[in-house]
Ligand binder design. Structure first.
Ligand code: GRG
Length: 340
């Protein structure tokens, strides 16, 4: 990490954490014993193995605050929006873990595994509401027009998130999907929220509509590239450095980008996929090699790189040149290469 990014991170991250805590540990929740504890556990602040690892990377609030600075705003005014996107992201993780019965999140037992499904759904709904409450705090520093536009961004993003999640769950129930289905799903599930981060940061920092959209394009392409790379890492990554298994995606027959590409090629991999209801551990090396031989590895790499280039071009098109913009560039490249 460059000295500049490190110093921004060290300055902003504690403020984000403090702001998030203020929103989540709300006075209203104190009337309902146990509810705040669940949220504090999920956010990585309380319970077994609480700490920095359990809190996640906080990429989204960092993007909001940096974008605000890049357009000439003061990052502190963006804290309500930064908190809103991180809380919304965490709400979506709580519900996602229930929907696909995930056992571990950030190396700890998921909320529903700890408290059961009904209470976890309810805690998720509480988080969802807190995201809007946090965003409302913009009113203290921004005009009504900005607050209204910020709300509209969050509402539109929620629709895209649920839409993407709907496609993801529906896609699991069919044997085959195509690349158009894949990109549509990812655009809702991952890219929409990253685009909201950069749009909200720019909006709160005082950018006009055109500039907000340019930053939005940066976040959107960054999100697509991030997901394409994530799917690639799920097959060919270094487990030790990513903390992500290179077996589980194939074992669970997840329709990741390399798989969807190979299914469209309709060669040997597609044949094996259609024949087997499930794969065994010893078939995995051969299947992974087939994906590489049939061009799926190259295609995924190429797409992750191309989308990253488009993200950086969008950033250049903003015409902003300052330290914060350089840091956004650096953050994007670090995300692309998964370096901390
Ligand atoms: C918003 C109403 C509404 C519903 C959401 C459940 C759901 C519907 C959507 C699921 C979205 C989901 C789980 C997307 C995955 C996105 C993704 C790339 C997650 C991982 O992000 P990181 O790596 O996570 O930034 P950390 O742990 O660092 O926070």
């Amino acid at each position: 990490m460059s000295a500049l990014l490190l110093s921004f991170d060290q300055k902003v991250r504690p403020a984000i954490e403090e702001y998030l805590l203020k929103v989540v540990d709300s006075q209203t929740l104190k009337e309902y014993p146990g509810l705040a504890d669940m949220l504090m556990y999920h956010m990585g602040w309380k319970g077994a193995a609480a700490g920095i690892e359990a809190q996640g990377k906080r990429i989204r609030p960092l993007l909001v605050t940096l974008t605000c600075e890049a357009v000439g705003g003061d990052w502190q005014t963006a804290l309500p929006a930064a908190a809103a996107v991180e809380i919304l992201h965490n709400f979506s993780l709580i519900h996602d873990d229930i929907e696909d019965q995930g056992i571990l999140r950030r190396g700890r037992r998921t909320l529903w595994k700890m408290w059961g499904v009904p209470l976890a759904i309810n805690a998720g709904d509480t988080m969802f509401t807190l995201a809007f409450q946090a965003l409302g705090n913009l009113q203290k520093t921004c005009g009504d027009q900005v607050v209204l536009q910020a709300y509209n961004i969050l509402i539109d993003t929620n629709l895209k998130l649920t839409g993407g999640q709907h496609l993801d769950i529906s896609n699991e129930q069919v044997d085959k999907i195509n690349l158009v289905d894949y990109w549509k799903m990812i655009s809702g599930k991952t890219a929409a929220l990253l685009s909201a981060c950069t749009r909200l940061g720019a909006l709160v920092g005082g950018a006009d509509g055109d500039l907000v959209e340019k930053f939005g394009r940066f976040g959107y392409n960054l999100g697509l590239s991030f997901q394409a790379k994530d799917d690639w890492l799920g097959l060919w990554g270094d487990e030790k450095s990513t903390g992500k298994s290179t077996k589980s995606d194939l074992l669970t027959k997840k329709k990741t980008l390399p798989v969807v590409y190979a299914l469209e090629q309709n060669l040997e991999f597609a044949h094996r996929w259609q024949q087997a209801p499930a794969f065994t551990l010893d078939e995995l090396p051969e299947l992974t090699q087939l994906l590489a031989d049939e061009g799926a590895q190259k295609y995924s790499e190429k797409m992750a790189d191309q989308l990253m280039r488009e993200a950086l071009e969008a950033l250049n098109s903003t015409g902003c040149e300052n330290n914060a913009l350089d840091l956004l560039r650096e953050m994007a490249m670090r995300l692309g290469n998964r370096i901390n």
